[in-house]
Write a protein that binds this ligand. Structure first.
Ligand SMILES: Cc1cc2nc3c(=O)[nH]c(=O)nc-3n(C[C@H](O)[C@H](O)[C@H](O)COP(=O)(O)OP(=O)(O)OC[C@H]3O[C@@H](n4cnc5c(N)ncnc54)[C@H](O)[C@@H]3O)c2cc1C
Length: 251
């Protein structure tokens, strides 16, 4: 109805592209300045809407990569070669361009420092994005929650935010990172070199987890969540975010 006040998170807002930062060969971070951004919690996502000159529109969801910081919102997008939207965002978009965003969306897959125990973050591929937001929030607030990130990437060069994650892991404030590389690994690699499986999770997941956040392609999320339950972790402690209808692609 014309004149109706739409609640904030449902409003499409203009997002100006402040900066575009390459992360890996296939992944870029977009730093957006969002008009009237209401703020967000680590783990939430936005919907974005692109409008072509002929009026054609495409919408997709992207996790917010950054901890809350005024009107700035960072998204990290992986190029899916045969995709419609991600090639535009990673290859065509330029600083100074604008598109629309709506959000923040989601109140379930969010960082919660009051969880009262250890936390495990498990990410496959670009599924690390909302988990990185959580790690950034945690570091910024110095909330001291004992947190381990298990991050599955295809190769060493596909590890998004590697320098920053390694640095966070070296601060000895209760955060550490464990990588597994599923396709190839550098000479002398001493980390895991296979897909996340129940044995790997048994090694890496502390027994007394208060909460686990799992994010990535749907088959990755389902495999990890069921392995955790198989290992005896309480399903009520496991929160998941699925990135899409993908079969066969791994993290
Ligand atoms: C809540 C949520 C958060 C998300 N956060 C992120 C994020 O932080 N970063 C990010 O890069 N993506 C994220 N995604 C995925 C994103 O929404 C798009 O699905 C992705 O960018 C592909 O869009 P596309 O238009 O390029 O491909 P499409 O044109 O939609 O699809 C092209 C082909 O790629 C396959 N495909 C679609 N999505 C994926 C995928 N995620 N992985 C592999 N294959 C896929 C399709 O099945 C199809 O075969 C998120 C999705 C959801 C639901």
């Amino acid at each position: 109805v014309e004149g109706t006040v739409v609640p904030g998170r449902l409003t499409w807002r203009v997002a100006g592209v402040r900066e575009i930062r390459p992360e890996t060969g296939r992944v870029k971070t977009l730093v957006l300045d969002v008009d009237g951004w209401p703020g967000h919690r680590a783990g939430q996502h936005v919907d974005i809407r692109l409008t072509a000159e002929d009026g054609y529109q495409a919408e997709r969801s992207y996790s917010i990569a950054s901890a809350p910081a005024g009107s700035l919102v960072e998204l990290t997008v992986e190029l899916i070669e045969d995709g419609e939207v991600s090639p535009y965002l990673t290859e065509e978009l330029r600083e100074g361009d604008a598109f629309e965003v709506r959000g923040p969306v989601g109140g379930y897959f969010v960082w919660d420092p009051s969880v009262g125990g250890r936390v495990l973050l498990v990410g496959g591929g670009s599924g690390v994005v909302p988990l990185a937001a959580m790690a950034r929030q945690r570091a910024k607030d110095r909330d001291g929650v004992e947190t381990r990130l298990l991050y599955s990437a295809r190769t060493y060069d596909d590890i998004i935010y590697r320098t920053e994650l390694d640095a966070l892991g070296e601060t000895h404030d209760g955060f550490d990172v464990v990588y597994t590389l599923t396709r190839s690994h550098p000479d002398g690699w001493t980390g895991y070199a296979r897909r996340v499986d129940p044995e790997l999770l048994a090694d890496v997941a502390p027994a007394d987890l208060a909460r686990t956040y799992v994010c990535g392609p749907t088959p990755f999320v389902e495999a990890v969540a069921s392995a955790l339950v198989e290992l005896g972790h309480d399903p009520a402690t496991i929160r998941t975010e699925r990135f899409g209808p993908t079969g066969g692609r791994d993290g």
